[in-house]
Each structure stands twice: as C-alpha cells, then as structure tokens.
Design a protein. Structure first.
Length: 422
C-alpha cells in the first residue's frame, strides 16, 4: 500500500505552482511598494507565545493547535497564525531601534488542527502585514488599502469592507457586562460553544454562526454604542481616512475577530462569490500585544489573508492567470548516435541562460516533437545527420514553423540573439 498524505494537507503540484508564484509575487510587490519589509519567522515557537498572544480561551488555543514536546520536554507549537511570531521577533531583535515605526509583512504556511472541509486545510498559507509603533488611525486605513490593492492587482472584484471597533480594555469591560446581562435570560438557548464563551470569552458569541445564537445576538446592543471617548474618536478618524482614500465600507457591529488581542479597529474584506466562508482577509488593531509579550506599551495594527482562499476567489471570478510561457528551446535528435552531442549541447544552452529540455529516452523524432509541444517549446533544435556532417543544425521556430540552418559554432550566439539574452 502506498503511503498517503496526512489528513487536511495538500500537495501543490507543478501545474498549480505558477498560480501560487504569481499571487506571492503580487503580494510582495505591493507590500514593498507600501514600505513593508518581509520577515520570516520559524514554523514553530514555544507554545506559551500563542497561549499568551492569541488568548487561552480562544478556539485556536484550546482545540486547534499542533502542540508537541521536544526531546527536553519543552512544549512547542506549529504556528497557527503570523502576528504573535512577528511581534516576538520585533521585541527580541529590538527592531524598534531601527525605525520609529516598524512595517513588516510575511507569507508562509500556518497550521491548525481543524476539521478538514472544502477550502480548509490543516496546513494552510497566510500572508499578512503589521505596522508596529503608532496609534495613528492613518495606518488602520493604510492596512485596509494595502489589502485592497493586493486584491485589485490580482483582479478580484465584488469586495466589501466590513468595519467595526472592539474598543479598549476600559470600554470593552463595560460592554461585556452589558452584553452578558442582556443575554443572561437566554443562556440556555445558546449553543454549547457559546455557553462556554458566555463565561470565558463572551465577545465571541457575537460572531457565532449558529442560527439559534444569531437570533439572540440580533437583540443585543452594539459595542460601538459603548466606546469610550478615545476609542470613539479613533473609530471616527479611521472612517475619515477611509473616505479620503475613497474606500467604501459597511459598519458591522457584530464583527469581532477570533483573537483576544484586538483593540479598536476590526475589519474584514469579504468576497461575495465565496459563500458562507466569505472573508478573504481580516485584521485590526492590537495595542496590548507588545506589552503582553513583555515590551513597552506599543500600539500596532495588521491584517492576515489566506492564499488558498485568495486563489479560490480568483477562480470563482474566472480571473485569467498569466500564461505558462513554456521552455525556450527543445533539443531533438534524429540519430541516437548523436545522444552525447545532444546532451552536451543541451547543457551548454542552459549554461548560456536559456531554458532548454530534451528527451532522455530514445523516442522517434515524432515523439520528441510531441514532447516539445507539451513543454511549449518556442524553438526546437533538430540534430539531423546530413546537417551535422556539414557542421550545421536546424533551428525551428515552433510558432511560425520556419526553420533555418545554423553553424554549430554559432548556435549559442544565435539563441542569445533570438531570446535577447546578452
Ligand atoms: Zn475605549
Ligand atoms: Zn453559538
């Protein structure tokens, strides 16, 4: 029996990798244009980082992390998200000394032990950006613009920005008391998860997808009605800057994010074609996280988005992918005795900076030409006995079917001219 791939994971095959590379290229290009520099943190961290950063009572920490002991029995966890590791690195590497505001982006695999379902994997890929060191509402708006610009460059349409404020410790405490007392009578009608949330993390009840919970949630007051003066002002400022940037948004008082560390701004960008799980990116402000990790109080804001979800949205909207340009040269030989010469020429062409391929078995010329077509070769070199006896080879343009004789000595230079590679 063959060994199978672990549940909830997938292979990204060569025929799909172009899409991934294209999406990743756009993300990097846009992030750089907005002044974010890439950071790569380890795949695993000490478990404590996520327990403290994401929140002990969140779904991620209580039931979705891949946690294991190393040989010295220290608890490690495969990263379930990117923000906590970035903030850990920011503090540990004293990045605050370099610039007044630190702007970072990341891209890579994350791990959550969720029930596998369509578009949900246990190893999935996220990209995101963080601005650490300013409480200015300008950067909240900038982060949303950055997301939208990535999606615009990728060709995504029908996007909607949902915006909310989840307040600060002060005003949220007030709201939570209000929230709890307003649903206290209906506690028995909440789903099992929400019953627990009621005591541990009541804010999360607001984004429960359960129908019976939703009818209860509808009646509770909005968090934004309880914002303190500072949070209210910040919320207004974010909206002012979004308007300056001509970004349309819809206020969604039920929008809360899955992590405990969010403060003030919370947002999601949804794509209508994605159905129930329609968020393509989400983020918000997390002004307490740096302090939580032992740093000075440092405000920050960020977003994260899934590559799988982004690609799925692009496919749903039938966005055309850049065409696979294929290889530049295919080396075909008529006579098997020319094997050694063909092999040597093939490698010479590659060393000259031109992509090239040949058939390593002994197929007929027809079979070799079929392979050249499959590889989308733009030119084929044909090593014919008669031409070789005159130190010449045939160079065929696969598109126009024109072919010409070229002296063996001059073939590399000829190819460099054709592909403009000097
Ligand atoms: Zn507040
Ligand atoms: Zn519920």
């Amino acid at each position: 029996m063959i060994i199978r791939i672990p549940k909830g994971t997938q292979d990204i095959l060569p025929e799909d990798i172009e899409k991934w590379n294209y999406v990743e290229k756009i993300i990097k290009e846009v992030a750089n244009r907005f002044g974010y520099r890439e950071i790569r943190t380890p795949i695993f961290e000490y478990t404590e980082l996520f327990a403290r950063g994401i929140g002990e009572s969140t779904d991620i920490v209580t039931k979705e992390m891949f946690t294991f002991l190393d040989r010295k029995e220290r608890s490690l966890t495969l990263r379930p998200e990117g923000t906590a590791p970035v903030v850990r690195a920011y503090l540990e590497q004293r990045m605050d000394r370099l610039f007044p505001v630190t702007k970072l982006f990341y891209l890579g695999p994350m791990f959550r032990s969720e029930k596998p379902q369509a578009g949900r994997f246990r190893q999935f890929h996220q990209y995101g950006a963080e601005i650490i060191g300013t409480s200015s509402a300008q950067v909240d708006a900038e982060i949303i613009l950055l997301c939208l610009e990535i999606f615009r460059k990728l060709g995504l349409k029908n996007l909607e920005v949902l915006l909310n404020s989840v307040g600060c410790k002060k005003c949220r405490a007030l709201y939570l008391r209000e929230l709890k007392s307003s649903i206290h009578q209906e506690i028995d009608n909440l789903c099992t998860d929400c019953k627990k949330r009621y005591y541990k993390n009541p804010l999360r009840i607001l984004d429960c997808k359960n129908v019976s919970c939703q009818s209860i949630i509808k009646k509770v007051p909005a968090l934004t009605q309880y914002l303190c003066e500072e949070c209210q002002e910040h919320f207004q400022e974010v909206q002012k800057y979004l308007k300056v940037l001509n970004i349309e948004y819809r206020l969604d008082p039920r929008l809360v994010r899955g992590f405990d560390y969010y403060t003030k701004t919370a947002f999601e960008i949804i794509c209508k074609e994605l159905g129930a799980q329609n968020a393509v990116s989400g983020g918000g402000r997390y002004d307490y996280l740096v302090e939580e990790f032992g740093g000075k109080p440092t405000p920050a804001v960020g977003f994260a988005a899934g590559i799988e979800r982004t690609i799925l949205a692009m496919q749903q909207q039938k966005i055309e992918w850049p065409k696979d340009s294929g290889i530049e040269v295919f080396v075909a030989k008529i006579n098997q005795e020319k094997e050694l010469f063909a092999f040597e020429l093939l490698q010479k062409i590659r060393m000259a900076g031109i992509s090239a391929e040949m058939d390593y078995s002994f197929r007929s010329l027809k079979g070799q030409m079929r392979l050249a077509d499959k590889l989308k070769a733009r030119y084929t070199i044909i090593l014919g006995e008669e031409e070789l006896s005159r130190d010449r080879i045939l160079l065929r343009n696969m598109q126009t079917k024109e072919q010409k004789e070229v002296e063996i000595e001059k073939i590399i230079n000829e190819l460099k001219t054709v592909f403009n590679k000097f």
